[in-house]
Design a protein around this ligand. Structure first.
Ligand code: XMP
Length: 507
């Protein structure tokens, strides 16, 4: 419905999320690679950018197919771009304008600012400023420091705004996007989880027909929601494989497998724990462990997928942030795409045609789609868990004894979070087994045993994270329970490092 042309701003994905919160579908495309289906989009938004419109390397897209024929909104760089190349003037501002500001003047006779009052807080982040409006533009709003904060080009639905409506600190940002997309561009807000499910199921039916599809389930949200969508579309022709790599949480394999079967999925559980642990024996390098786990997984999955005769498709739970092409800023403004694997050396299952039903969804949308299909909220609310599992939470080499110790510790911690109502306040949590022994005393005996660290973080996407201020009483109770119940552990510590400079996982 809505096209967002990306000029490399850190906020571009936020624009997309805000638009979708209005129940309007949108896609992000690099400014220099607009989609072939331009005519299908009902409105266009130009994002911000780290570039200056005055720079030689500045993005300079041809908007002739859009300008005047579709409602167009330029945000920050987008507004400056329309001004600079439209007869206006953009120049460095005297002071870099960054942070909160308030609209001090709003021209009232416009739908653009309907239900938004003077004084409304907006978020600014720019070093250039629009000194003169483009030809044919009228001023719509100012702030104390920025005179030309919003404008409209007369005779067309073309608007420019210097502030960022997509950023949470712009308190009426969502209303402004509503005004532009729903009141001005007349887009019907009908993109909801239910409508997504209906149209995706219909598309999948058409695309896949009577073919068989293979899908690897991980117990995580994305693969589960992808499986349920496909199951709705093709039923028993969806063949799911759930591999136990021996590095899952305590009882995870059997409980998740039962849950999947309860949802009616045609799923085969493959217990390959011994094979993974054998291959991992003696390996203590973090990247070495990841490589081994990745390779064994591919071997196991390949063997299993061969047992499904005539499979034609491989389904994956890829989500939108994994596929958005980014506009490269350092190496010049060119779109970078992940280099593709060398097809010759691929395992057979990777030669199947790929189907990715969640490819256009953000993580929170995957959860909402899952909820609308009736997936258990507990499953949808699960913390993320890394593919290599406990292997990267056992520092140093891995043995089955260490795995069992860590599973016990982790279960006490996670169940404790759930029982105390803290689980949903934490983005990710887990325990780490340290390659450290320390002296303790139990009864009259001196002990020399293992140490575990507990980690709980708040985050939105895992890129940055803060440690969670868990109540002392909770930590005290958890530590006591771990030391009393888990043989081989005599010391518990809590990780109070943020990311950056630390990372969430220890390896
Ligand atoms: P870090 O440790 O980089 O973790 O701060 C960020 C997020 O990524 C997860 N993570 C992984 N997930 N394979 C995965 O599938 C991996 O090798 C891996 N390493 C880290 C981590 O759990 C956190 O959510």
């Amino acid at each position: 419905n809505v096209l967002i042309l990306d000029f490399g701003s850190q906020y571009t994905q936020l624009i997309a999320r805000r638009v979708r919160e209005l129940n309007i579908y949108c896609e992000i495309h690099p400014y220099n690679k607009p989609p072939d289906t331009l005519s299908e989009f009902k409105a266009v938004i130009l994002s911000g950018s780290p570039f200056s419109v005055r720079g030689e390397d500045a993005p300079h897209p041809d908007l002739s197919a859009i300008r005047g024929s579709k409602p167009l909104l330029g945000v920050c760089y987008g507004a400056q771009y329309l001004a600079h190349f439209g007869g206006g003037k953009v120049a460095p501002s005297n002071n870099r304008e960054y942070g909160r500001a308030n609209l001090s003047f709003i021209k009232r006779d416009q739908k653009f600012f309907e239900h938004i009052d003077a004084g409304s807080q907006v978020w600014m982040s720019h070093s250039d400023t629009i000194k003169e409006l483009p030809t044919g533009a009228e001023l719509l709003a100012s702030t104390n420091d920025v005179e030309n904060a919003a404008y409209k080009i007369s005779g067309e639905d073309t608007y420019g705004i210097q502030f960022h409506p997509e950023v949470y600190h712009s308190t009426d940002g969502k209303q402004l996007l509503h005004n532009f997309l729903i009141e001005i561009a007349k887009i019907t807000p009908d993109w909801t989880p239910d409508s997504f499910v209906d149209s995706t199921v219909a598309d999948l039916k058409k695309k896949i027909g009577n073919d068989k599809v293979v899908l690897g389930l991980s117990g995580g949200v994305d693969s589960t929601v992808a499986a349920i969508l496909l199951h709705k579309a093709i039923g028993e022709n969806l063949h799911c494989i759930f591999v136990n790599n021996g590095l899952l949480r305590k009882n995870e394999f059997s409980s998740v497998l039962d849950q999947y079967k309860g949802m009616g999925l045609n799923v085969k559980g493959v217990d390959a724990s011994a094979r993974f642990l054998d291959e991992l024996a003696g390996e203590s390098d973090p990247e070495g462990k990841r490589k081994i786990i990745g390779k064994v997984f591919i071997d196991v999955f390949d063997d299993e997928s061969h047992q499904i005769e005539d499979a034609k498709w491989l389904a994956q739970g890829t989500i939108y942030p994994d596929v958005i092409e980014s506009v490269s800023v350092n190496g010049g403004p060119s779109a970078t795409i992940k280099s593709h694997h060398n097809v010759g050396g691929l395992p057979d299952f990777m030669k199947l045609k790929v189907v990715e039903p969640l490819k256009m969804l953000f993580k929170d949308e995957v959860r909402r789609v899952g909820a609308s299909m009736g997936i258990d909220p507990e499953l949808l609310g699960r913390h993320p868990f890394p593919g290599p599992g406990l292997a990267i939470r056992i520092l140093g080499d891995i043995t089955s004894e260490k795995v069992s110790i860590l599973q016990e510790v982790d279960a006490i911690f996670i169940n404790g979070l759930k029982d105390s109502g803290l689980y949903n306040k934490v983005w990710q949590a887990g325990a780490i087994l340290l390659p450290v022994q320390s002296v303790g005393v139990m009864g009259d005996e001196r002990t020399y045993e293992k140490c575990v660290a507990l980690r709980a973080v708040e985050s939105t996407d895992g890129m940055t994270a803060d440690w969670v201020n868990l109540p002392y009483e909770f930590l005290q109770k958890t530590s006591n329970e771990i030391i009393n119940k888990v043989k081989g552990v005599n010391r518990v510590v809590y990780d109070i490092s943020s990311k950056p400079p630390a990372t969430i996982e220890w390896e």
